[in-house]
Write a protein that binds this ligand. Structure first.
Ligand code: TXA
Ligand code: MG
Length: 327
């Protein structure tokens, strides 16, 4: 299959209406979109990604009115969050209507749904008469794509169209939020909307439900995810250098350079030290360092505040725990 990279919304819409897949830009990461109401399009998504069908997909809409077509109800707190943060890096987990295929939710009676904040994709979604299901547009388990080129590198030949919307300006996936029977606010995946902002809007503390190893409720909770192929070790970089040496080493730091290591093997996530910039650069950094053919990447934890939590979550899942490293 020939893959085209371009910026034409009508062309993208035509492929989607035909049951074909289109990679779409969002503010978080690029998505691999297909008509969410069309089972055969949804099956193509799982196939192109090599993703197991027990792992459900997020549904993308162009407005809150569109969301109302696909969910049974929007509870008051969800409504409040939607008013403040949609479009934006927020996904709500809400009871689904029957029109959403079980294939999309992997059999769950709840659908994860969001409105991406990217002008091209918003315009596209507003002109479609169906929502699109879209996981991140990477092969299952690998680092998420934040440019059209990243998508091309991995899905070229497998999909007909990549809608090029430039680099994603949030850079990590949406925060997934839901509610339990006690009406407590639960964060299923840390992401581009910080916990502090959600708590501020809800006027209550949230419970963070990530790091469930067995029977994950969302795959963002699978421990090994978002991983580069080069082993990545996490900790204090100076200590890692002492312990493992400097030969063929890559560095992923917030804003510190290490003299002993060639500059081209170092990626500072944010020279200014801001966490939003660090989030924006995270996956690009992992891809860059992964492409250098290094023995190992040393990465450091970010401060545990704001987007630092979500970055640390992704770093934790990218880390390598195989003890064979030193052989
Ligand atoms: O920012 C994002 O959310 C990006 C862009 C493309 O919108 N999408 C994304 O999709 O990250 P994906 O498939 O890579 O991750 C979606 C996560 C998975 O961990 C999945 O298990 C969870 O959302 N999820 C989707 N539907 C769900 C549902 N009905 N119940 C529980 N978890 C769900
Ligand atoms: Mg993903």
């Amino acid at each position: 299959m020939q893959t085209k990279i371009a910026t034409n919304i009508s062309e993208a819409a035509a492929f989607l209406a035909n049951g074909e897949l289109v990679a779409i830009p969002t503010e978080t990461v690029y998505g691999l979109a297909g008509n969410a109401l069309n089972d055969s399009a949804v099956v193509k998504i799982f196939e192109a990604k090599g993703r197991p069908q027990f792992n459900p997909l997020i549904v993308h809409c162009g407005s809150v009115e569109q969301i109302e077509h696909y969910v049974l109800q929007i509870p008051p707190l969800a409504y409040k969050l939607s008013e403040r943060f949609m479009p934006g890096p927020l996904t709500l987990l809400l009871p689904k209507k029957d029109i959403i295929p079980d294939l999309v939710t992997a059999g769950s009676d709840k659908v994860a749904i969001r409105i991406p904040n990217h002008p091209l994709t918003l315009a596209l979604l507003q002109q479609l008469d169906f929502p699109v299901a879209a996981p991140s547009a990477n092969p299952s388990g690998y680092v998420s794509p934040t440019t059209a080129q990243h998508v091309w590198d991995q899905l070229q030949g497998k999909i007909p169209y990549i809608l090029d919307g430039g680099a994603c300006n949030v850079g990590i996936e949406s925060t997934i939020v839901g509610w339990n029977e006690k009406n407590e606010t639960l964060v299923y995946r840390l992401g581009g909307l910080s916990v502090e902002e959600i708590e501020d809007a809800c006027c209550q503390k949230v419970k963070i439900l990530t790091h469930t190893e067995s029977k994950p409720q969302t795959a963002g909770q699978l421990l090994s995810h978002y991983a580069p192929r080069t082993p990545l070790l996490l900790g204090k970089i100076s200590v890692l250098i002492e312990e493992y040496g400097i030969e063929k080493v890559g560095i992923l730091s917030l804003n510190k350079k290490y003299e002993q290591i060639p500059l081209k093997n170092q990626f500072m996530l944010s020279p200014q030290g801001t966490l939003s910039e660090a989030a924006r650069n995270l996956f690009q950094a992992m891809r860059y360092l992964d492409g250098l053919g290094l023995r190992v990447i040393f990465a450091e934890w970010m401060p545990e505040t704001g987007l630092g939590l979500a970055i640390n979550d992704r770093l934790g899942r990218a880390r390598y725990e195989n003890k064979l490293l030193m052989e």
